[in-house]
Design a protein around this ligand. Structure first.
Ligand SMILES: *[C@@H]1O[C@H](CO)[C@@H](O)[C@H](O)[C@H]1NC(C)=O
Ligand SMILES: *[C@@H]1O[C@H](CO)[C@@H](O)[C@H](O)[C@H]1NC(C)=O
Ligand SMILES: *[C@@H]1O[C@H](CO)[C@@H](O)[C@H](O)[C@H]1NC(C)=O
Length: 347
């Protein structure tokens, strides 16, 4: 087991999986969340509509958390093993990003329920309406996240950013086996390593340097964090939702990684695969694939959530514009569970 642990650590250390997230307030008191997904290969992303009243469980067998979804949600999946991004009908948004240092703890406490890492974000969107509500419930640390190796061979090391329609933002990280929550609307930007407390210290340094004098330009997570933080405060607070969505897309594109860029020191340097921007007030979810010319969006208020789980016919079809009425009934994916996706690590 010691040998396997060393392999996992080496794999994670050699990988520069990215992703960046920002929470923007416009001039009219409306809020927007933008993020990108950076990964070494396409993530088999699909966009789903999940209704309220869906019976769910943590997906990892005996002792799994069980719940029934309270809210409709629209989410993007990752390799058909988990929900990594999305919004619910109350305007709560969840953004799951890579964090090599994530440590969910190996030992379950007696009072904890098990939850697949692939179900973590979905559970939050299904259950809570606002960030304060989610934080109040989750801070008890009653959940034991089970994180099997991903289909792509990496460990499922992630953290989650939550944001809502009323200036609520929080960063959730498992560090040394304990859930650490940074709760407050000042936590507007998230990228990847290092853990958030250290990241905030680095940011203080860059604020001292001053963004008009110098901004760090590499694709590393700490550099993306510094650039995104500076730009988020440098852009104006625009007054229309159309311009606000464009502004947030522009921020996320600026920290994106071009397709196919190679770094000799990071063999798996991750290109941006897709981006999303959510208009919390309008309950509108914009999605842009980096291998497709069009942006499409979903207006949650126009989606027909009756008749079970559905998904968009993308990427089979190129989509653009308002696709709220294009969802088709589809069997939902099972959340990642131990033993089902770990073969590639062992070869
Ligand atoms: C989280 O932050 C919100 C807004 O700042 C606040 O209302 C709430 O009480 C905080 N929750 C906890 C558990 O500290
Ligand atoms: C949102 O929170 C920020 C602090 O992070 C504050 O400066 C701003 O005024 C708040 N906006 C609204 C609309 O409450
Ligand atoms: C937004 O509207 C307010 C109030 O009319 C105005 O003061 C502000 O300059 C506007 N912001 C932009 C970026 O146009």
């Amino acid at each position: 087991m010691v040998g396997l642990g060393a392999v996992v650590t080496a794999v994670v250390a050699g990988v520069a999986h990215g992703c960046s997230r920002a929470y923007y307030e416009d001039g009219a008191g409306h809020f927007y969340t933008g993020r990108c997904m950076d990964w070494k290969e396409p993530t088999k992303a699909k966009v789903w509509a999940f209704p309220q009243g869906m019976k769910r469980d943590g997906g990892v067998g005996a002792g799994s958390l069980e719940w029934t979804s309270k809210w409709n949600s629209v989410v993007t999946s990752f390799y058909d093993v988990g929900s990594v991004d999305g919004i619910n009908e109350k305007g709560l948004v969840g953004s799951m990003l890579f964090l090599a240092e994530a440590d969910y703890g190996s030992k379950q406490r007696d009072d904890q329920k098990k939850l697949s890492v692939g179900a973590w974000l979905q559970y939050v969107l299904d259950s809570f309406a606002t960030v304060p509500e989610a934080v109040a419930a989750l801070q008890t640390d009653d959940i034991n996240i089970i994180a099997p190796t991903l289909p792509s061979g990496e460990s499922a090391s992630v953290h989650v950013a939550l944001s809502d329609a009323a200036n609520g933002s929080a960063i959730l990280e498992y560090i040394a086996g304990r859930l650490v929550i940074h709760n407050g609307s000042q936590y507007k930007v998230m990228t990847n390593s290092p853990p958030y407390g250290q990241q905030l210290a680095l940011t203080t340094y860059w604020q001292g340097v001053g963004g008009t004098a110098f901004l760090p330009g590499t694709h590393r997570a700490a550099d993306r964090f510094a650039r995104l933080s500076y730009n988020l405060h440098a852009v104006p607070k625009v007054n229309t939702s159309k311009l606000a969505v464009a502004t947030v897309f522009s921020l996320v594109r600026e920290v994106s990684v071009p397709l196919g860029v190679l770094d000799p020191h990071h063999a798996n340097l991750a290109s941006t695969r897709w981006r999303s921007v959510t208009d919390h007030s309008a309950r509108r979810y914009f999605f842009e694939s980096t291998t497709s010319p069009g942006v499409f969006w979903v207006d949650l208020k126009s989606v027909d959530f009756t008749g079970g789980a559905k998904r968009l016919p993308w990427p089979e079809e190129d989509l653009a514009g308002d696709v709220s009425n294009k969802f088709v009934p589809t069997e939902p994916f099972p959340f990642i569970r131990p033993g089902h996706h770990s073969r590639r690590l062992l070869v």
